[in-house]
Design a protein around this ligand. Sequence first.
Ligand SMILES: [Fe+2]
Ligand SMILES: [Fe+2]
Length: 448
Amino acid sequence: MPIIQPAEPGQGKLLPVTGHYVVEYLEALKKRAVRVYRVTKTASGEYHAEAIDPSAVLGLSGAERDQKHFLVERDWMSQAFAETDRMDTLLAPLVRLDPQERSRAVSALKTALAELKVKKAEPEAKARVIMDTVSQVFLLNKASLKLKVSDVTIHEKTLARDTDAIMGTALEFAEDPALMAGLFSCFQDLSNGQTINHVLRVFTSYTSFLRRYQGWHQAGLSRNLRKVFPSVYRRTYDALLPGLEDRLMTSDQVLQLSDLGFLDQKEFTLGAFLHDIGKMGNIDYFESDLAYDAEQIQQHVFLGAGLILMNYGNSHDGARMMAGDHHNALGHPGGYGLTRLERERGMRKSVPTLRVLGSDSRSFVSGESLGWLPVEMLAVVDVYDAMTDNSRSYKKGMTPAQAVVFLEETMAASGKLDPLLVDLYIDELRLRGVDVPPDRGYAFKTKA
Ligand SMILES: [Fe+2]
Ligand SMILES: [Fe+2]
């Protein structure tokens, strides 16, 4: 459809959307008085855009709503987001500090956290201090990012090293179930739609998921999966790997569920912490099929990965790839990411795909695996968090029950998230006390 600009002055660029989009965001569009236009074709073949009351879309048939025959102001959603996200305000004073001051601040926070570990205090109170501390560390990291490698000084390097050490402390905290429960109960206060709060929730949830995974792994997850794979998962994975030889279609071949030692866990925790560091204050953190500005959103993974390489150096490939590839969606055309971009540019050679989850980054980079375990775990946690976030000014969040159905029936079924990891995450949520349906998840599907 040609771009149509209504002949009214003062209008921004317009985005063609479907009727479903208008229905989905109806409340927010009305509340913010966002102009909605309907495009019609005249008998002589000309297009006309006419301003409509967005509620009128409710009276249209499904087929009419399917068409991208509506226009909305392109920036309305990012404006709504920017109005509620205070990240820029929080960052400004930290950006003004000199590098040494920021580095000292992180070092002090590292010491404070280490001391907190041995302090006797209520888990709830401790949890609150941890959240505040981690939030400050994130903002200080963000304020220290450089666009040129020549701008990175010893202070940024020290700050990165201290942040890495803080990840180790965070993992040790995660061993205490009462403290983890305290951290999760802080989530209620972290639901005001801001990027920093998304980061804190994803970081905490991911750390918990990682530890739970390792527990399951040690308790024989792979052995159990081998038995149930043909009857429970085989069909789903057939769809993800069409044409794979029959003899290769086993759980051991298709899913390399590696053992994650402390150092691996620390690196992946760092990756979850920094995964959206390339995000600017005014962009949303989940790209739905109705993305309002895909290009702007996509930038955050390339920027984030580049920034981690600069400040953290090349010994943090894991964290860098988690930032760069957490929207890869197992290579689905609807996803995007650094590794895939490098492949498209001919910087990476591809080999035939043999599995869904690889145990190391190399098999993902070569294309032998559609995804890499820690990155795909992050993708599941990230999407769940974005879908359940109830606080964005333009969209209502899903309930946990709706979100897990969405993860399984939309994201995993279309090949964008790994089906096994989705099921394991549903179990993880249940164990955390989240109200998810009893008839979903790995434990339910595989019980004899
Ligand atoms: Fe992201
Ligand atoms: Fe995210």
